[in-house]
Ligand binder design. Structure first.
Ligand code: NAD
Length: 352
């Protein structure tokens, strides 16, 4: 019998990643498409030729046939919807970031522990081929001691939906860090064996987007500007995290007055280093026979969203705990909270 699942939130990530991946998985059937905008739920039923359109996710909770849900709503809705689903006996794959705050993420983790249901977070890079190859290089000792990782998630003009959900702190919890940085920090943590953070220092800047009408851009993902909306999140951020493993330094920007897009992670080891071009391949730099060498491994990339969904479906059947389980990725929520707290208080936060 096929496993019945439901999609809660039928927007961009649901349509571009979750739904197509479930549709490809022969062991799964999407029974519900839920969105508070009825047309979006109905459009999904029509487009994918299956399922029932609903506007209230609580309808799904009442159906014992539904085994699992994908929570693809804005960040504000992640915690309470995931918790309600877990308490109704459903397994949950919730999009990243886990939640707006560390406190909310802890509540989600508590609900997963109390119900014994699976709560995975959409840290999709843990299912990415480049990232997994880099992890293998690091685990095998090829890089030696990885002592410093530098993270850059900087773009010229890439604020999403100015004045909308992504730029409203009350809805999103933060800006460039919580939206983009979460992926980058998660990759570092995963590749470096999820090292315990010790201290965190950060400064977040809300500069370029706040005069909304004066913000000049070339394109705007996540919808056109809403000039009567709110812009109160970080459009750039910098900081340093000391861990029991490497020191992590980072610079991030949705928007900056530098016309470059620099999306990469540098893993610096004492034997070799690797630059990961985010979402693409990587280059390894080392010394061989007294000569400096670098090479870019060539391999076929699989679709990491499909890998993530297939692994979610599989772990429900096998009980296997994935690397994207809340128990592992909660640490990124703790770090991001500390970065924002450090910025608010203009001092270092000791996590111990
Ligand atoms: N993994 C990734 O790379 C990735 C990429 C993009 C977005 N995301 C994450 O996915 C989430 C959604 O982002 P998006 O770009 O798809 O946003 P979106 O605005 O396109 O879609 C969100 C949808 O949720 C619906 N919604 C809001 N409240 C709801 C509720 N209570 N019940 C049911 N539906 C509700 C909205 O009407 C909307 O259709 C965010 O948390 C974002 O951070 C992850």
């Amino acid at each position: 019998m096929t496993m019945k699942v439901a999609i809660i939130g039928c927007g961009t990530i649901a349509n571009s990643a979750h739904i197509p991946a479930y549709m490809k998985n022969k062991e799964v059937e999407i029974k519900y498409f839920c969105d508070i905008i009825p047309e979006r739920a109905k459009a999904a039923v029509e487009k994918y030729g299956c399922g029932i359109a609903v506007t209230d996710y609580k309808e799904i909770l009442k159906d014992p046939e539904v085994t699992a849900v994908s929570v693809c709503t804005p960040n504000k809705e992640h915690a309470y919807i995931s918790i309600d689903c877990l308490r109704a006996g459903k397994h949950v794959l919730c999009e990243k970031p886990a939640a707006r705050t560390y406190a909310e993420a802890l509540e989600m983790q508590k609900a997963a522990q109390e119900t014994g249901k699976i709560l995975n977070i959409g840290v999709v890079n843990r299912f990415n081929d480049s990232v997994n190859r880099i992890k293998e290089y690091i685990d095998s000792g090829k890089l030696g001691e990885v002592f410093h990782v530098y993270v850059s998630f900087r773009s010229h003009r890439s604020i999403p939906g100015l004045g909308g959900a992504f730029t409203t702190k009350e809805i999103a919890g933060g800006g460039a860090l919580i939206d983009w940085g979460v992926h980058f920090l998660d990759i570092v943590m995963y590749c470096c064996g999820d090292p315990k953070p010790i201290t965190v220092t950060g400064e977040a800047f809300c500069k370029l987007g706040k005069n909304m009408k004066e913000y000049v851009y070339t394109s705007m993902w996540a919808g056109p500007p809403k000039y009567d909306g709110i812009y109160d999140v970080d459009d750039s951020i910098t900081g340093m995290i000391r861990t029991e493993g490497p020191v992590i330094t980072f610079n991030g920007a949705w928007a900056q007055n530098i016309g470059e897009r620099e999306m990469y992670i540098d893993f610096m080891g004492d034997k070799a280093g690797i630059r990961l071009d985010y979402g693409a391949g990587f280059t390894l730099y080392t010394v061989e026979n007294g000569a400096l060498v670098s090479y870019k491994p060539q391999f076929n990339m699989t679709n990491h969203f499909e890998n993530e969904i297939n692994a979610f479906v599989d772990c429900i059947k096998t009980g296997k705990k994935l690397a994207s389980h809340i128990d592992t990725v909660i640490i990124t929520a703790k770090i991001m909270q500390a970065i924002y707290d450090s910025s608010d208080q203009h001092r270092e936060i000791v996590l111990g």
